[in-house]
Design a protein around this ligand. Sequence first.
Ligand code: 13P
Ligand code: SF4
Length: 302
Amino acid sequence: MSTQREIKRLKGEKDIVIVAHNYQMGDIQDIADFVGDSFGLAQKVNELEVSNVVFCGVDFMAESAAILNPDKRVILPDLKAECPMAEMVDIGDLRSYKEKNPEAAVVSYVNTNAETKAESDICCTSSNAVKVVKSLDNEKVLFLPDKNLGNYIKRFVHDKQVEVWEGYCATHDNILPEEVRRSMEEHPEAEVVVHPECRPEVVDIADYVESTAGILERAKKTASDEMIIGTEKEMGYRLEKEVPDKEYYFPGNPTCQNMKKITPEKVLNSLKSLSPKVKVEEDIAERARRPLQKMVDLGRGK
Ligand code: 13P
Ligand code: SF4
């Protein structure tokens, strides 16, 4: 029996759901019950009445789902699928910042590890980062770890002092403005939509700045027949599947190698063994749950 068919069969027999991020390879997206952005998947796993969730994404996404759902077994088919940006916060540096700036609210992007979340007041994703920062009473805010998303937030928040950590996502930061401009010259009618993890010079020339779910929504809404997309290339699979009547261009062809570590074979092994389970130390999970839940309760929006 083919791997895909075996996965479908096992899924039907067990109390299990497969969720996948928009950057997963096409054959993973095809076997998933739900495909979405980080916010959508966090929300979906919360709603599911199921004992086991196979999370096809990277570590911080599965970890967040496990923290929010201590009653569910969350399985990441390859524990080495790690987001490098999530490791760009030194916990000692964060603690000493907090000691020196007790009046500042700490907002952490979900692309952080559980220990960083446990030190934070609230989390956010790219779909609600501006809304989260605006929702705070504090005049001073530390945003971490993505400097590009942090600087994007600063464009919309003028009544607060927003300090930004020095982290970044190499996949998005390597999308260069000159590559985007070249694509714009080749496709002058195309709408340009980029992820807020892109550098400011790329955000400046985009028509829209959206999370991966927001990019899909733009594709559904726009009258344009062509789109230049500034994000990970596998987003193209989702776009072509859901909105096939357009042409999509990905300047620089950005790839997140960690997202590609999840393969159908590893998913099949996970379905058979219900492992590897994502584990978070209980006291850290306890403290990280509140900022994550606050983010989910606040919802999407700018
Ligand atoms: P989204 O929340 O927009 O899906 O982005 C997650 C991510 O890792 C972007 O690099
Ligand atoms: Fe992390 Fe960047 Fe990959 Fe997203 S694309 S998971 S931020 S490395």
